[in-house]
Design a protein around this ligand. Structure first.
Ligand code: SF4
Ligand code: SF4
Length: 717
């Protein structure tokens, strides 16, 4: 990737006596090094991509410490990497986006949790839940429960988050159990500070190698009959050890309140939103001190029953603030209280929403009901007014618009190489008819939005081809599966291509070969063009990745017989290739590789290159597209076929035309799609291509003067 994290890498070097200032996810990264981690791995995904990106770029510093970093091919390979901690006293950390990444990793995680670990094993998951999330809405908690893993859910405060990383390793070792450390989107991007410690060079590392492998121990294999003993160990030894450590080390926090008859138990990650909600009612100050005692669960699983009993025993009623469904924590607390014969009234999902992010507003609604029932003497009017004002504002906006606020979905970058392919699919379907379209995870999923509205299903990352296996045999027309090169390497090759070939499926697969896992932050993959190719194509109108044929070799190697590679921006050629794939007599898997470098990554490389040439007074030629408004017919077919944000509308300067005309605004990167679409769809001839030359040569200047002179002569005075 072209983004530099040199500042972040320098922050990782900070030692004792200095103060770290920055983002939550970088603080976690630093905490891993302070904990003496020996190896780090993972698969990128928001909101934790930054951890791995920074670690990869900190290669030189990590080599000094002896820490190994591995950019894994998917979450399953990252989880399997933690196998190093089963026998050896190695602290290891991996990271991915949850819950989807945890789904992919589930097999390896189960097999890791069964024998347990010797060295601390920490899985930093981005809990992509709630507003702004980009995946299915489920909880990592379920995985912790089913595999008896520890789940750390730290209070969003850098000091606490860093401590929970350090304690997380120790807890994992004390309980011989891997631990999740879950971070919501806001916690990852929270800014703050903490006092640094020196990083710890691990005792066993790339610099200090182990002489011999561990002795053979059948009991450490996730294999029967050892697995039967493992199951008993989880409940009889490991979870009790974890509970002891949680209580003895004070990992959960007790915040006293002015009264003792009511209380709140909250997941650590939701604590800040709870305090803000309490503030609306005047029940807490900005630092959390207030009316009601709070038990903050920095470790959300396992719960320590004695701690829960001690907190609840003296209280008439307790509110459990637990985000997401189902109410795992609330149910367990109810069971703990029932078994202990404690009659405290328990509230949670009866007054709070069952599903969705626990925003301040959502929590405030639950607080109003809870406090209103059990302490009506407290002054709640301020909070209720605040809630009413929000509801009124929402209603006012809806009334003014006449409808709910329109959604603002994300879209392709300007000049994205994937957009032309969807234009071609749109055009090809005019010929071959509508096809079943199996979509996938990646930037190409933006084609599910207008103006394309493509996609019948999304079953997971790299799963598109596999997801049409039951549809193809039932459909007269061939099906289309679309995936990116990131998805292809993550899962698509095995779950889709191999299966389709093995079963002789007749289907069409389109792979977007843009060179990166773009949607997760343009991380590099095995088929990313090397620096030599990038340098050669820096000045090309459209960067090429055709010399990097890893995907094509792989496809041919596993037996794909029908394979076409088409430059993404060549709409007419792509349309013809799609039509061929849908109509050929060839019975089997047909793969089209759409080749065009991710424009975001390309612009990151090209912009400084262009700026450098301009600064040195060297010639630079850029391409821009435009619309001749006198020719524009005003039907806007070009916009419906492209969706590029820089191809938009403006009022016509002709007073006799009332309809707006198409226009290309600043920001056009000259990708050429406008021209390609105009030709492929036989649109009106209003588009023109302009070459903007900076620092032209003598001949070009003379030619320009000559042209201007001729134009001047032809124009009336
Ligand atoms: S990041 Fe790259 S692939 Fe994704 S939308 Fe932008 S240009 Fe397209
Ligand atoms: S040429 Fe057209 S599609 Fe490409 S960036 Fe410019 S306006 Fe957008």
């Amino acid at each position: 990737m072209e983004v530099s994290f040199s500042k972040e890498v320098s922050q990782l070097r900070q030692g004792a006596g200095t103060t770290f200032h920055g983002e939550g996810i970088l603080a976690i990264t630093k905490a891993l090094l302070q904990s003496g981690v020996s190896y780090v791995g993972g698969y990128q995904g928001a909101p934790v991509s930054h951890l791995l990106d920074v670690m990869v770029q900190a290669e030189d510093y990590l080599a000094e410490l002896g820490v190994h970093v591995e950019a894994c091919s998917n979450e399953a390979s990252a989880a399997a990497m933690l196998g190093a901690s089963i026998h050896y006293p190695l602290r290891g950390a991996v990271t991915w986006k949850s819950v989807v990444g945890t789904n992919v990793a589930a097999d390896a995680l189960s097999n890791l949790c069964s024998p347990g670990v010797t060295g601390g094993a920490l899985i930093v998951v981005g809990e992509d839940y709630g507003e702004g999330a980009s995946v299915i809405q489920e909880r990592t908690y379920a995985f912790a429960l089913k595999s008896s893993m520890i789940l750390i859910d730290p209070r969003p405060d850098l000091e606490v988050m860093v401590r929970m990383v350090e304690e997380g390793f120790a807890l994992s070792e004390a309980a011989n159990t891997p631990a999740f450390l879950q971070l919501r989107i806001r916690a990852c991007h929270l800014r703050g500070r903490f006092e640094c410690k020196d990083n710890i060079a691990p005792a066993v590392s790339r610099r200090h190698l182990m002489a011999d492998p561990a002795a053979f121990d059948y009991g450490r294999l996730a294999h029967p009959p050892a697995t039967f003993r493992h199951e008993k160990l989880k409940s009889e030894a490991r979870l009790p050890a974890a509970r002891r450590y949680i209580v003895e080390q004070g990992l959960n926090e007790l915040f006293d309140g002015r009264r003792d008859d009511l209380g709140i138990i909250v997941q650590g990650g939701v604590y800040n939103a709870l305090i803000r909600a309490l503030q609306q009612f005047g029940l807490a100050d900005a630092f959390g001190a207030g009316e009601l005692p709070i038990l903050n669960l920095n470790v959300a699983y396992p719960l320590a029953p004695q701690q829960i009993e001690d907190f609840c025993r003296s209280k008439r009623a307790v509110l459990v603030v637990e985000e997401g469904q189902p109410e795992f924590i609330e149910q367990e607390i109810a069971l703990i209280l029932h078994r202990a014969g404690i009659a405290t009234r328990l509230h949670g999902k009866d007054v709070l929403p069952m599903a969705g992010e626990y925003s301040v507003e959502a929590i405030a609604g639950g607080l109003a009901a809870f406090v209103g029932e059990h302490a009506p003497e407290l002054p709640l009017a301020g909070g209720r007014d605040w809630l009413a004002a929000i509801a009124a504002r929402r209603e006012m906006v809806s009334a003014a618009l006449g409808a709910p606020l329109p959604a603002r979905p994300p879209g392709f970058c300007v000049g994205c190489p994937e957009r032309p392919v969807f234009s071609a699919i749109k055009l090809a379907q005019q010929t071959v008819g509508k096809v079943h379209y199996a979509a996938d995870i990646g930037c190409h999923s933006f084609a599910t939005f207008e103006p394309f509205s493509f996609g019948h299903t999304i079953l997971g990352y790299g799963m598109s081809l596999a997801s049409r296996a039951g549809v193809s045999p039932m459909m007269q027309r061939r099906t289309l599966a679309v995936m990116g090169d990131g998805g292809f390497w993550h899962n698509g090759l095995l779950t889709g291509v191999e299966s389709a070939l093995f079963n002789g499926d007749d289907a069409v697969l389109l792979i977007m070969k843009n060179g990166y896992t773009s949607a997760t932050g343009t991380q590099e993959i095995i088929s990313t063009p090397d620096d030599e190719i990038k340098a050669q194509t820096a000045d090309k109108h459209q960067s090429l990745v055709d010399r990097n044929v890893t995907i094509e070799h792989t496809l041919r190697g596993v037996g794909v017989k029908w394979l076409r590679v088409v430059p993404s921006y060549e709409v007419a050629r792509m349309k013809a290739t799609l039509e061929e794939a849908f109509s050929t007599d060839f019975d089997g898997l047909k793969v089209i590789v759409a080749e065009g470098e991710c424009q975001l990554e390309r612009q990151r490389r090209v912009k400084p290159w262009v700026a450098g040439r301009l600064k040195r007074g060297e010639r630079v030629q850029r391409v821009k597209y435009g619309v001749d408004e006198d020719v524009c017919s005003g039907d806007h077919a070009c916009i419906r076929l492209s969706g590029c944000p820089t191809l938009t509308l403006k009022d016509s300067s002709d007073p006799l035309r009332v309809d707006p005309v198409a226009t290309v605004i600043d920001g056009c990167v000259g990708c050429g799609l406008c021209g390609e679409n105009a030709h492929a769809a036989t649109l009106c001839p209003s588009f023109y291509r302009a070459e903007v030359v900076s620092n032209p040569g003598v001949f070009e200047r003379l030619l320009a003067r000559l042209r201007q002179g001729v134009i001047g002569l032809l124009q009336p005075a």
